[in-house]
Design a protein around this ligand. Structure first.
Ligand code: NAG
Ligand code: NAG
Length: 430
């Protein structure tokens, strides 16, 4: 068995971590961004997971996703939050683009999620002084990362330095099993084929000013912790700055990109660069970013942070929350309301007409010069076909006799059942 995810790394780390960890499958992929461009079609494409109240406008004065959502794509039924990130495309040598499928992470079963992400909420750990964790408040939202960034320009001593990174899964099992963002991972998209895919690792800031639910740039009301920067810290066990003294759960996201169909190097650029680009026209990976819009029901997240300190991250070991099976998660979906092709087919221009901007200077917003849609459909065609589900190259649960050889692995026959573990479909190589 291979244990390549963060929970494996933190168990062997010299400090104990407590966390909840769970899969969320894809709700919709659409040019929508209610934080940055509310009420508009967004300039680039996002994949969105979480509650189905997601919309082009999500004004907290009028919409509480915890109440307005009738389902969620996340394992915990209480989590009606939305999480979204840019998506990855493969650029074919003929200049066309096709979306890179996403696949389930290690230890996210039973059942295999359709696209989406793995979400972690970590409680603070010593040696930080502020060990009291305060869950996000209704209306809270934030962004990490910079879509226009195209260079490795964050100072290495900055706590933000490790906030977004990539893991290249090779066949050298278990590969790099270190803490994400530390040596072995890269801050740019991997520059070689990754036999088992690429994982995005995204840490959000974990310190809050205690006052503002949002800010004009959607990030200055939160901050990364500061020191001590020794012993590989800056992520765990570090202190919040005086300007942002309230300790939030450390929200961390992993996304597994199934690059296996695109590893034929004869289809790679001849100049030594790699062929994957983010939807905002970023071939570097430095522009990776993620948005969070809090939507947990009532005080459910706060209770989970106080009670669920077991450290294995297995959802049903957190008794104060309600788990749902993968079929229920996968069936909570929204139609794409912007009438354009975003996945499964080669396209000539990235959605929204974004050209590739290679840096190192920051990218600029490109005019809509290819007739991209600027409005959405009031009555989109409802989604009826089952979602495409990719079989990952690793197990998602432990199917052997009790007890599991690894305490982090959920048993395949644990609730909420493995009924929908099969059949699954792996797309043919393109
Ligand atoms: C999104 O907002 C529009 C306009 O307010 C509304 O008609 C629609 O029902 C909303 N969609 C969802 C999924 O809530
Ligand atoms: C590029 O190649 C793909 C895969 O064969 C094909 O589907 C697409 O139509 C091609 N694009 C152009 C512009 O020829």
């Amino acid at each position: 068995m291979q244990w390549k995810s963060l929970v494996a790394a933190v168990l062997i780390a010299p400090f104990a971590n407590a966390l909840i960890r769970f899969p969320c499958s894809q709700l919709v992929t659409e040019r929508s961004d209610p934080l940055v461009t509310p009420g508009e079609v967004a300039p680039h494409l996002h994949q969105i997971v979480g509650g189905n109240a997601f919309n082009f406008t999500m004004d907290p004065n009028f919409l509480d996703p915890a109440k307005a959502s009738t389902c969620t794509t996340c394992r915990f039924a209480e989590d009606k939050s939305n999480y979204w990130t840019a998506v990855l495309y493969f650029k074919h040598p003929n200049g066309s683009y096709i979306r890179v499928p996403q696949m389930a992470n290690h230890n996210t079963g039973p059942g295999i999620q359709a696209g989406g992400m793995t979400i972690y909420y970590f409680q603070p750990t010593p040696p930080t002084k502020n060990l009291d964790v305060t869950a996000f408040a209704p209306g809270f939202r934030m962004i990490v990362g910079h879509p226009m960034r195209r260079a490795d320009d964050i100072p290495t001593a900055s706590p933000e330095y490790r906030s977004t990174s990539y893991r290249c899964f090779d066949t050298n099992d278990p590969g790099n099993s270190g803490v994400p963002g530390f040596p072995g991972d890269s801050f740019h998209l991997p520059n070689k084929p990754c036999a088992e895919g690429i994982r995005s690792n995204i840490y959000f800031p974990q310190c809050w000013d205690g006052v503002n639910l949002d800010s004009p740039d959607h990030s200055s009301h939160v901050a990364f912790p500061e020191g001590p920067a020794s012993a590989g810290l800056q992520i765990f066990g570090t202190d919040c700055p005086a300007s942002h003294p309230v300790r939030l759960p450390l929200l961390f996201i992993e996304i597994n990109w199934d690059t296996r169909p695109f590893n034929d190097v004869s289809l790679w650029p001849k100049d030594g660069t790699q062929p994957f680009v983010f939807s905002m026209g970023d071939p570097t990976g430095f522009g990776q970013h993620a948005d969070y819009l809090f939507g947990w029901e009532g005080d459910s997240l706060q209770r989970a942070m106080e009670v669920c300190t077991g450290g294995d991250g297995i959802p049903w070991n957190c008794p104060v929350l309600t788990t749902q099976d993968m079929e229920t998660m996968n069936n909570c979906r929204q139609p794409n309301k912007v009438a354009e092709v975003v996945e499964d087919e080669y396209i000539q221009r990235l959605p929204g007409c974004n050209p590739l901007q290679e840096g190192p200077v920051s990218a600029t917003l490109h005019p809509n010069d290819c007739g991209a849609q600027t409005t959405w459909l009031a009555a989109p065609t409802p989604v009826t076909a089952p979602p495409a589900v990719v079989t990952p190259p690793w197990p998602v649960c432990y199917d052997g006799p009790n007890p599991a050889s690894n305490p982090l692995a959920p048993l395949c026959d644990s609730k909420p059942t493995k009924a929908n573990s099969a059949p699954v479909v792996t797309p043919a190589p393109l």
